[in-house]
Write a protein that binds this ligand. Sequence first.
Ligand code: GTP
Length: 446
Amino acid sequence: MRIWTPEQLSKAHTGETALLSFLFGGVALIGLFSLIVGLTTGEASFLIYFGYGLSKIVAWGTILGFTHEYLLVGEFHWSYMSATAALSILCGVIFDRVFLQTRKHTPRLDYLLILMIVNALVLLGSAIFQIKVAALMSITLAMLLYPVSTVIALVRWRQGSSEAAIFAIGWTTLLAGLFFQALRDMGYVEHNLVNYYLPPLSSFIELVTIMIAMGMKLRRVRLLGLESERQYRRHLEQSKMKLEGLVRARTEELEKAKLQAELEARTDPLTGIRNRRSFLADGELCLKRARRKGEPVSLLMFDIDHFKSINDNHGHGIGDEALRLFSKTIQTKIRETDVFGRLGGEEFALLITETPEDSLYTAERLRNKIAAISLPYPAGSVHFTSSVGVAHGDEGQSIEQLLREADRALYVAKARGRNVVVEYATGHKGEPGSEYSRQNSVAEPA
Ligand SMILES: Nc1nc2c(ncn2[C@@H]2O[C@H](COP(=O)(O)OP(=O)(O)OP(=O)(O)O)[C@@H](O)[C@H]2O)c(=O)[nH]1
């Protein structure tokens, strides 16, 4: 028993009021802060924490007697304390499950938390229906199960969650406060002002500590989000580069295929020289260029003599080889600017920028080279000759006209016994028999 002087009483009352304002104000502030963060970030744990803070204000307000003093004046009943304690336990355990993600990471221990929730509901029911025995049993079980959250927090810490360690400190502080209160209520600890407010203070410290743990978790989640965003961007960049590489490679492939297709469209597959279409196109260009420069142009048309008999006597393979050797021989003896092509079958054409005399000399030279070809054959070698018709582009003819003229000269060459050069003489047009003025006895130019 202690007798207070009025000053002592006033001083103690002021101190008590300051402490209570600090505790309840602090809890209210934390609750409000959680509500705002929960609403702005959409984080469920902050909203539940707001409920937890609110339930603490109600529970401690009732346990410390303020509810009966100010709200339910003259209506004290034990069940109020049980009901508010049940609500506080309920909110606290629901928060633990969400914050520590026990269902996902510690599924077995999670059953104990579910048991705590069920027990809290039983306590609430006992309070509502005022069944004292059930309430006492339920509150005792709740106290026994309280350390489970600390154990789970330590397990989660071992699993790598650093904020779980802070949570464990906070929850253990609360445990210590509740244990101390139980000792005090059972008479093991002295009933004084400090001991009276120690449990709510520990509950307050728990609330602050867990708030820190929540901040840590929020930061970690934010960093994880940033990291995964960075990884996603990097992945996107890599995919983009890969795709660009693929597109580039595909474009190059298509470009190559296009060039190849163009080449094939212009080339005779057997001899590798221009085909008829390509010869006509390039020949026309060559004609125009020569006219623009004032250069003379001549067209030489070749036809291998008795080619059918080569096929018939030695086989089609040798015939093909003869065509290849023929075009190779001509190709190696002409200039790069000359236009040479296979018109079809055993017929070839060559457009050269030379004077009529020089072109006849070239025709004769080439005819001789062809006659000298020796195509190896298992039973010896194959020889062949070629007749040549020459036309000169001196009257502005088109390439087709020149070809027609050279073809007529070639026809005469064949008629004259083959292996000769015959020139289409434009100057004698209209005079029958005299238009093919020259043959293989053309004189070499000086
Ligand atoms: N091996 C082979 N033969 C071909 C090819 N193209 C055409 N020929 C053959 O060439 C021969 C041409 O025969 P003709 O038009 O009668 O002429 P030719 O036997 O040379 O007689 P002349 O021209 O009068 O001297 C035909 O038998 C064709 O089948 C080819 O690409 N390869």
